[in-house]
Design a protein around this ligand. Sequence first.
Ligand SMILES: C[S@@+](CC[C@H](N)C(=O)[O-])C[C@H]1O[C@@H](n2cnc3c(N)ncnc32)[C@H](O)[C@@H]1O
Length: 269
Amino acid sequence: MPDPLGDFDPTTTYDEAVLEYESASGDFWRHLSDHTVELLALQRGERVLDLPCGTGHVALGAAERVGPDGRVVALDVSERMTQLVSHKAAQLQLTNVDVGVADMTRLGRPDPPFDAVACVLGIFFAPDMPAALRSLAAQARPGGRIAVAVFGEEFFEPMRTTFVDAVRAVAPDLQVVEPWARVRTEQQLRELFDAADLTADVETCVDEVPLTSADDWWRIVMGSGLRATVGHLDPATAAGVRDRCAEEVERHGLTALRVTSRYGVAAAA
Ligand SMILES: C[S@@+](CC[C@H](N)C(=O)[O-])C[C@H]1O[C@@H](n2cnc3c(N)ncnc32)[C@H](O)[C@@H]1O
């Protein structure tokens, strides 16, 4: 059985992706962050940890919610992601956001602990997911909330399947590494919380995101972890995969893609 993380290097992948990530996430998967902020039911004055923060969708939304008396700490292993969050926070004149570089698998004890912790589209990068979730939950005060959001069974379908088939056709020996597939079913998410000794409420949403052109699909590829697969192809082969995907968009007249998202929310012990 292949290693589900393979040679996927999150730091390099997301450092290189930062601008494409900002563009694609804003249009196609920001709704997971927005819904997570809703689920955390943040109150004014609360302290919130967003890890991994990426380009800061949770952090900046949470900062508005908790107000000037609250505090948000936004951390990510990719320095370029954190630089963009700092820039966006300054542009929005949010003075209650602290941004830093950190590895979610190597956390110390916070002082003081947080009222709420968000981990959106990140837990699957930890080799030991239950250990990472336990240590994220330990960042929260007793009774504080911890929310984990993941993609569900459908990751921008039907184009994800088209992409994987197109890659396999030209590079049959290349492992398409999809870390997000490690935890996507309701059972897997429940088992993850159970293994971290947390009792979660789990919610599933199925959404359609609009696709305005074939280029939109390639924005998703290059803004997401799929870009790591493209990085293994030579430019001409990658262009062939892109063309094959564009043909599918045109052939089916696709104007939307399906995305399943799943949320687990628990109270810290
Ligand atoms: C798919 S993005 C999600 C970012 C953000 N939460 C969002 O939903 O837009 C995944 C992020 O996880 C970060 N990451 C991966 N492994 C990490 C680790 N061990 N510690 C901290 N951040 C990590 C990457 O750098 C990247 O910014």
